[in-house]
Design a protein around this ligand. Structure first.
Ligand code: NCD
Length: 307
């Protein structure tokens, strides 16, 4: 199915084949950067960040600029009419008259879905509350594919805040569509994956283990996906403090890991990976940042029907 004019709100909105096209285009752009610098001349993207972001926002903006397009928008609610009480629907109805594409992040789960229902231009969800983050998943898929050479037959460890971490929710649902993928979910009891995700995996016959023991899981892993504890989604600070440093990946923990492990992290990192791990060739989280920009270039080009 053509991707032109479509929205990306949920990680399962695009079929495996559709997203394969996006990943392929991202690789093509990466290999022929100069060929794409005028692809989106005179095209405008609106970047509406109702919740703070560094990587995702700058990654989308850099992607658009590298394709020759321009960016309008805001990076916090306070600098928009939302602070005057405007609804998401009205903001989107207005902005879609100015822009050819809208990228939005919102603290409320489901807000991008509402936006897409009133927008006259494609809407991309750049993260909605603790629910989903589908473009981080495209980033993760491109990273895994390029570092390990495949998206099938993988044992993936997700570690940290699996309850509130939207990047994990989107990645798990998405990558479990590939053959032979199984999971170790490593977290404290309080931060286990949500029940809906557990049911989804069970209904689809996907193998997974829930554990508190990172060391025991380590030797089996092809991918280790580390996440920070999502402080902003906690009701009280005490609970956060109790849980925040339970899993810290350092070089000693990697002794039992496979030599071809790929360590990913959506970033920002707090304490969960010590800086000495950065020098290990298995640490790919800064390459992941760069893949994120190229995959967003590919996504934008596809949704606008330009590639
Ligand atoms: C993630 C997010 O915003 O969900 N960051 C990102 O987009 N790269 C992860 C996080 O904030 O922990």
């Amino acid at each position: 199915m053509s991707l032109t004019g479509r929205n990306l709100i949920n990680t399962l909105d695009f079929s495996v084949d559709d997203q394969g096209e996006i990943l392929a285009l991202a690789n093509q752009i990466m290999q022929n950067k100069t060929q794409y610098t005028h692809l989106l001349d005179a095209v405008v993207m609106a970047s509406l960040f109702f919740e703070p972001s560094t990587r995702t926002r700058l990654s989308f903006e850099a992607a658009m600029i590298r394709l020759g397009g321009s960016v309008i928008g805001f990076s916090e609610q306070n600098s928009s009419s939302v602070s005057k009480g405007e609804s998401v629907s009205d903001t989107i109805r207005t902005v879609c008259r100015y822009a050819d594409l809208i990228v939005m992040r919102h603290p409320k789960e489901g807000a991008p879905h509402i936006a897409a229902s009133v927008s006259g231009v494609p809407v991309i969800n750049a993260g909605d509350g603790g629910r989903e983050h589908p473009t981080q998943t495209l980033t993760d898929l491109l990273t895994i594919q390029n570092k390990l050479g495949r998206l099938t037959d993988l044992t993936i460890g997700c570690c940290g805040d699996l309850k509130f971490g939207r990047t994990v929710h989107s990645l798990v649902k998405n990558i479990s569509r590939y053959r032979g993928v199984r999971f170790f979910f490593i977290s404290p009891e309080e931060l286990k994956i949500p029940q809906y995700l557990r049911s989804h995996l069970q209904a689809n016959g996907i193998d997974f283990v829930e554990t508190t023991d990172m060391d025991a899981a380590m030797p089996s892993l092809d991918v280790l996906y580390m996440t920070r504890v999502q402080r902003e989604r906690f009701f009280n600070e005490e609970d956060y403090i109790k849980l925040k440093d339970l899993y810290i990946l350092d070089t000693s923990k990697l002794i039992s890991a496979k030599p071809e492990l790929a360590i990913l992290h959506p970033l920002p990192r707090v304490n969960e990976i010590t800086p000495d791990v950065d020098n290990d060739s298995r640490a790919v989280y800064f390459d992941q940042v760069e893949y994120g920009m190229f995959v967003r270039m590919a996504l934008i080009a596809k949704l606008l029907g330009k590639a």
